[in-house]
Design a protein around this ligand. Structure first.
Ligand code: BYC
Length: 483
């Protein structure tokens, strides 16, 4: 079956890339498949592997009809290879090859760079599943549990998407890299995942929601940039991945929003005047807003690190080569080569954070990070609307980009959430006010009691406004009591 909008289910691996006519790649993927299933069973969701979950599966790449909802046992999920439709006469849209035909094969001179980009992207996908593997057992509702598992199977599919590219276009090296993607492990001392944030723990549901809000949004920005790639198969696969990514960010935004809503409701009902009276709010069995702020601080900072250094020759090379563009590249009005343009970059000048004009080409990471920060800020404002509507006097805000950084310009200093450089002594004194402390973690953990009754929600989180696939409130998203 040739490339099509519909998915071919006749092979073991559903796809719209004509795998049945490509025996070499089909065989390679079939050989990789058992290792993937082993990985899923041993490092994917803990428990629930024989449970029926109401999941969405991609059945087409037509934006109107790509999803089908049904009960599925997770190991039987049809992980498929789906590329967005090929655009007639697509061109390289930026860099030194601007205007040339987009590449259908890997340009030899860029092979190593392209492989690196695909491997880094691929590595994050299984990492997040590993990070979230313990959460099922403390799910605050069947609705949330279903959303967690949906995110997990789709991250699994995104791994398949990158593994397909490796097998199809990178021969023996690609096969080896695909094996390594299953060998590295989040948080492992000897073989960790490649990027920092993907080795952090996701100990509770608030962390999961913050992760899907902040870190999946880095995923969105990176996928948007890779979707601009002159290497057409990468562009097409990222374009389809973005349709799935949108739901992950929805889970994060609404998850945090529902937590805030419940907290504010409890504060009002108890007549608490001061929302920063942490002890009083916690006695109500909800997560206080200052702790939510600290969680946001942590996840925002960790996610900023995923953009690499502000000034990066790697990023400049990716751009000039036409492999990785800017966010919404084709909508930007400039020469798309950036040979003489400049861009304002946040830097430390005499101990203060200042904007300094730098060559736009080496400041590509900074620009993407700026786009990311603006995107993050919108959701924070929507959370503030929830607080405002409840009549509670508190505002959440994004910390400064210099706060708690491990990568780039600010990794060498300690800065407050306002962006003031502080001494190590001051940092040590203030750290627990700015980032979740052990005691905050213990409190949140104490609330993480499972709530698996149909239509019920744990007391620290509100019900969603609407169900998945428009299902009613008491819908049995996970058939927990029958295998
Ligand atoms: N941790 O020039 P530099 C997602 C390394 S998330 C550890 O500053 P560059 C998802 C870097 O590799 C999106 N190491 O940065 C979300 C380099 O090492 P080498 C994932 C780091 O290369 C939720 C050195 O430092 N996709 O999809 O311009 C759930 C100097 O690097 C880190 C991508 O990231 C770090 N944070 O940019 C599931 C897209 N940062 O080469 C999924 C592909 C930097 O000297 N990746 N380093 O050994 C890229 O475009 C780039 O590799 C990066 C780094 C943006 C990550």
């Amino acid at each position: 079956m040739p490339e099509t909008n519909n998915v071919d289910y006749s092979t073991k691996i559903p796809n719209n890339v004509g795998l049945s006519d490509d025996q070499r790649v089909l065989k390679a993927l079939e050989q990789w498949h058992p290792g993937y299933i082993d990985w899923w069973m041993s490092r994917g969701p803990e428990g629930f592997q024989t449970t029926q979950v109401y999941l969405r599966t991609a059945v087409s790449i037509d934006p109107k009809g790509w999803a089908k909802f049904d009960y599925v046992r997770m190991p039987e999920y049809r992980w498929g290879i789906l590329l967005a439709p090929r655009q007639e006469d697509r061109r390289v849209n930026f860099g030194t090859h601007k205007g040339e035909q987009a590449w259908q094969e890997v340009p030899g001179e860029y092979r190593a760079m392209l492989r690196r980009l695909i491997v880094v992207q691929g590595d994050t996908e299984p990492a997040s599943v590993e990070q979230q593997r313990h959460l099922g057992k403390t799910a605050p509702s069947l609705y949330d549990m279903r959303n967690l598992f949906q995110v997990n199977v789709e991250e699994g599919r995104h791994l398949w998407a990158m593994v397909y590219l490796l097998h199809k276009y990178f021969g023996k090296d690609g096969r080896e890299e695909a094996e390594e993607l299953l060998a590295r492990q989040s948080g492992d001392a000897d073989k960790p995942r490649m990027l920092g944030a993907f080795n952090e723990a996701t100990p509770d549901w608030l962390s999961f929601f913050m992760f899907t809000y902040f870190t999946d949004r880095d995923g969105k920005m990176q996928l948007e940039s890779l979707a601009q790639s002159g290497f057409d198969p990468l562009s097409r696969t990222c374009r389809f991945m973005l349709t799935e990514e949108a739901h992950h960010m929805f889970v994060g935004e609404t998850g945090v929003g529902r937590t805030i809503e419940r907290t504010c409701e409890a504060i009002k009902a108890a007549g608490i005047e001061d929302p920063t009276d942490i002890a009083a709010v916690r006695r109500l069995g909800v997560i206080d807003l200052p702790t939510l702020q600290k969680k946001a601080n942590l996840h925002f900072a960790l996610s900023l690190d995923l953009f690499g250094s502000e000034m990066s020759t790697n990023a400049a090379n990716y751009y000039s080569s036409g492999l990785k563009g800017r966010f919404q590249e084709t909508r930007i009005e400039d020469d798309h080569r950036l040979t003489s343009a400049s861009y304002p970059v946040s830097k430390l000048v005499d101990g203060k954070v200042k904007l300094v004009d730098e060559p736009a080409l080496t400041a590509i990471n900074m620009r993407l990070r700026d786009d990311y920060v603006a995107d993050c800020a919108k959701g924070v404002e929507r959370w503030n609307k929830v607080i405002e509507k409840a009549g509670v006097n508190f505002r959440l805000k994004l910390p400064h980009v210099a706060f708690h950084r491990q990568i780039g310009e600010f990794a060498s200093v300690k800065a407050s959430p306002e962006g003031d450089v502080v001494s190590h002594t001051e940092w040590a004194q203030m750290k627990d006010q700015w980032l979740p402390s052990k005691a905050d973690g213990d409190f949140i953990e104490s609330l993480m009691q499972p709530c698996w009754e149909r239509g019920k929600f744990a007391p620290w989180i509100s019900a969603p406004k609407i169900g998945i696939d428009n299902k009613p409130g008491d819908f049995e998203y996970v058939k927990i009591h029958q295998a």
